[in-house]
Ligand binder design. Structure first.
Ligand code: ADP
Ligand code: ZN
Length: 607
């Protein structure tokens, strides 16, 4: 079974424009490779980030969008770094193209759309000779020249995938060898795997190893913003790649346009998607396989792809990337710590043990955060404490310095004590690593549970325990204060999502039976009923979910009522000390110290 329970962190990120940061922090993000795209408007730089960061350091909220003013006298190489990393940089300044169409669109909307549509038709009819070439060009295409680039040495923990891709590298390097024996070179390879597992990195490494140009674009960028340009963007991308063959075309998020036709309308509407998809198919069918253009595409949803894409001569090879195991994580940490001075006696294997469920992108971020932690403290080498601090920061969010009214602190203390106690009392639950009522991010408190090892599937009882644990915060509040608060929203969402998956996806409801009702074809954790599911079945699933959640809340209450003394002790200790680690929490609750536990996979936390 795929990873079922991963990093559960109840955190809401407000989305109201970029967070202003100082230029130094901005450059830091650029250098750490965390910048996805940049818009420039005069001296204002605005960046979308790949991973959330908390900036300025100590701020209340994590953000994925930052903005900084570039000093006029700056003479740095930020732009070079961005371009070398293939980060799209657009200039939104007045007069120089780039941003104007979007501003105009927002202002005049439909009228402009009609004009643009007409222009586009003209351009199509006239083969682009009308002097209007701005829109069809795949401006978001990233291009990397041969030379100075990513290689397989930069990608760790995915040896099998590298092995499979080595043939592609060979084909690109020595096409004659294949041509001479009449072998048909592969045209398309699909890279499958969850976000952050290194699909893009691996595609770039294939280009790097073969020393050929790399053209990449995200499928959603083909069709965003302006209707009607998807197909021409695809054509443009392939034309450029063919002109520089041998080369690699990389299409990220293929599922954004490659979903089964006639299905759930995604971005840009069905027609737009279909035309864009058809154009990709046409391009792939059209070129001579030995011409030397190989298409790599990435998706984490192979199950929703249009079968036409997977037919022979198209994406007929698949390479799967999974969340790394301990050895994989250790290797990835090693790659990212190559240039980081590590403290004497520090063993990275410890960090690999603490990070089950984390993927390459998370680990890269972790190493960087640890280095920042050492730098902040003025230490010359990065050690275990830096990694622990970084892990805590990433998993739990940065601490906030705000004053909480005493009655709310008390309520929070009981809420978290409830989560923690339920986690500690239930056999087989992930060990409770930390309980805290220091506000972080948007949450007032946090109980952090994480497994002791990698595990690839989990049992029904464990899941029931997770639901009870998630509801135990509310149960404690109810038990002690006699009323519910709004503070348990994320807990309820988690409990409901777990129950829904148990019933609809994993066949764990005796009433519904081992029937798959919910499709994984939905970005929300809740899951949508699959096509053909009857109304009656949907109702049954809803009823079962409700039953499980209600019963679990009852069980949480009973459990805490039975151990009320322990609950009171934990809450009192939290009020006094704010944070308890695993040993403290167990001691306070009068439980035996940590024993060796069965390996559990995933990381857990509830607010
Ligand atoms: P995906 O395309 O699968 O979402 P990316 O290739 O964009 O993931 O990964 C983002 C970043 O995470 C990479 O640039 C790299 O720094 C790091 N990373 C991910 N996987 C690995 C890996 N297997 N080895 C080394 N670094 C990795
Ligand atoms: Zn909670």
């Amino acid at each position: 079974m795929a990873v079922v329970v991963n990093v559960w962190i109840a955190r809401t990120v407000r989305d109201d424009g970029p967070t202003p940061v100082d230029y130094t922090s901005f450059v830091e993000q650029v250098r750490s490779g965390n910048v996805e795209s940049v818009r420039i408007d005069g001296l204002t730089l605005e960046a979308d980030l790949r991973r959330e960061v908390v900036l300025p350091v100590g701020a209340a909220e994590a953000t994925r969008s930052i903005e900084a003013a570039r000093p006029e006298f700056a003479a740095d190489d930020v732009l070079d770094v961005l371009v070398a990393d293939g980060v799209p940089v657009t200039d939104a300044g007045d007069g120089d193209g780039g941003g104007w169409p979007f501003t105009v669109l927002v202002t005049f909307g439909p009228a402009v759309l009609i004009v643009l549509g007409a222009l586009w038709l003209l351009r199509r009819a006239g083969g682009g000779a009308a002097g209007f070439t701005g829109f069809g060009r795949s401006r978001a295409t990233r291009y990397e020249r041969p030379g100075q680039r990513v290689t397989f040495a930069d990608v760790a923990g995915v040896d099998e995938a590298k092995e499979e891709l080595r043939e592609i590298v060979d084909v690109l390097r020595e096409p004659e060898r294949y041509r001479s024996v009449g072998a048909r070179a592969p045209r398309g390879v699909l890279l499958l795997g969850p976000p952050g597992t290194g699909k893009t990195l691996l595609a770039r490494a294939v280009a790097g190893e073969a020393d050929v140009p790399f053209f990449s674009q995200s499928a959603s960028e083909f069709i965003e913003m302006i209707v009607g340009v998807g197909a021409s963007r695809v054509r443009d991308l392939f034309d450029r790649a063919k002109a520089e063959a041998p080369s690699i075309v990389f299409i990220d998020e293929l599922d954004a346009i490659g979903r089964t036709r006639g299905g759930f309308a995604g971005l840009g509407g069905v027609d737009e998607r279909e035309q864009t998809l058809n154009q990709i198919l046409t391009e792939m069918d059209g070129f001579d396989p030995n011409q030397g253009v190989i298409v790599l595409a990435a998706t984490n949803r192979p199950d929703v792809l249009d079968p036409a894409l997977l037919r022979a001569g198209r994406f007929d090879r698949r390479v799967a990337l999974n969340a790394p195991d301990h050895a994989g994580r250790l290797a990835i940490l090693g790659v990212h710590a190559r240039h980081v001075p590590l403290a004497a006696g520090f063993d990275m294997a410890d960090v690999a043990s603490l990070t089950p469920g984390m993927v390459g992108a998370d680990l890269a971020n972790l190493v960087n955060e640890a280095a920042l932690s050492a730098a902040r403290a003025g230490r010359g080498a990065v050690g275990r404490d830096d990694f622990l601090a970084a892990l805590e920061r990433i998993l739990l969010g940065a601490e906030r310095r705000i004053t909480i009214p005493e009655h709310e602190r008390r309520r929070t203390a009981y809420h978290e004590a409830g989560h923690a106690l339920a986690g500690m009392l239930q056999e087989g639950a992930d060990p409770v690593r930390k309980v805290s009522i220091i506000p972080r991010g948007r949450s007032l408190g946090v109980t952090y549970q994480s497994p002791s090892g990698d595990q690839y599937s989990v049992g029904e009882r464990y899941l029931q325990g997770r639901i009870i644990g998630a509801l135990a915060g509310r149960a404690a509040e109810h038990l002690v204060f006699g009323e519910a608060t709004t503070g348990a929203e994320a807990d309820l969402e988690l409990a409901t999502a777990l129950a829904r998956s148990m019933v609809g996806r994993w066949g764990m409801s005796p009433v519904v039976g081992p029937v798959a009702v919910l499709s994984a074809d939905d970005p929300s954790p809740v899951g949508l009923p699959m096509d053909g599911t009857s109304e009656a079945m949907r109702n049954l699933v809803d009823e079962e979910v409700r039953r499980i959640v209600v019963e679990s809340l009852g069980r949480a209450r009973d459990l805490l009522a039975e151990h009320r003394g322990r609950l009171d002790d934990l809450a009192a200790a939290l009020l006094e000390r704010e944070t308890l680690d695993e040993d403290d929490a167990r001691r306070v609750a009068g439980l035996a110290p940590v024993a060796q536990r069965d390996a559990r996979r995933g990381l857990g936390s509830s607010g």
